[in-house]
Design a protein. Sequence first.
Length: 424
Amino acid sequence: MKKIKSKSLLVFIVLCLLLTGLFHAAAAPSQAEDNLNTEMADEQDGDSQVDSESLKKDIPIEPQEPAYCPHYWTYTSLGFNHKKTCVNCGKEEFQQHTKVYISQGAHYHSERCKYCSFSLLTAHIGSGMYINDGNSGHHLNCGKCGAPCATKKHDIMYMSNGSNRHTQKCITCNYSRTESHTFGPWIPGGISHEKRCSSCNELQIQSHSLKYYNAGPDYHLKECSICNYSGKEKHIGDGRITGTDPNRIQHCKHCKTLMHVPCSHSGGYTLKNTDAGHYKVCNICSKSYDSESHNYKYVTNGAENHKQICSVCNYEKGTEPHSFRYKEDGSAGHYKYCTTCGRRESTQSHTLVNGKCSVCGYNDCQHSNVVYRQTIGNTSAIDHLGICNDCGKQFTERHFFGNTNRCIKCNWRPDGIDGGNKGQ
């Protein structure tokens, strides 16, 4: 009976070898098959010789271990790797985990080994480009398990498309959406009001839509019907004047209030003055206008004084003494004049001392007694100095050589040889 079981076991092993075939070709499978065939032949010969007597003796037959093991592995996790053990031959090997990643929600995934019981929960790792999720935002996919992660709101940049709409664009993903401006309230200004879009900062400016209300004979109020602007200003005539001075009238072009038109002062005026200035008084309405300061000029006020008079209204200011100076009037004499008002006295004869007037400085000398001297340093090739011995006047003039190589007046020579008469 045990021989039959042994035979069945051998048949099973042969079938396994045929099924696993080339699993370990390097282990010389042909030799193993020859051994198995030999054993099977021996077993068949032995079976034919077995008689009923030997079966009755029930002699145990030890099973033979095959030369090749197909290895049926069991796996045991050791943390960051695992051990595999063959259930047939007991062989052991150590391997790294063969991991698969399974999402466990928005933030984590589990790392699991496909052979052993190893499992570890780790955070998603986003990779690649951000993916548009519509209006809600964008996300990355986990580089391990592929699940969506790193979900964020869009990084929006607004660009105006004109007066009515703007475009939202995400600078991270390809999200884009066009929408109407979100304007705030109108903000009043001096002559207009403005409003801005709270998203893209688009500015709209619009003139006030004003309504006017009379506020008395000189002013009216103005209010904008769009913003809360209000103000007060003087009436502005419409230019359609009727009547004659001083009773001319027109209407305000905004609030239509009847306005008195100021006198045109076309009927002449009377000029009046004060210490500060002068002004005109209208002969029709008796109102003053065109006030201005005096425009003074100096005029003589006799032999000793002059005074200031306004050139417009003849208003006079106090007198001042003349500021006289003497000026020569040729050989005839000299006269004195005021440097402020220009008054000129009559010409008087010179008072000559050695040919020179002691009052105005006029020089009547004929300079007939002149000494000529070379210029200091004896270096001038152009001029020499002349000194009048009568009046003391000094003057310069050009050298005069004649037909010689030295000046016939100062004795200067161009070659630098001292000729005398050096300047002192």
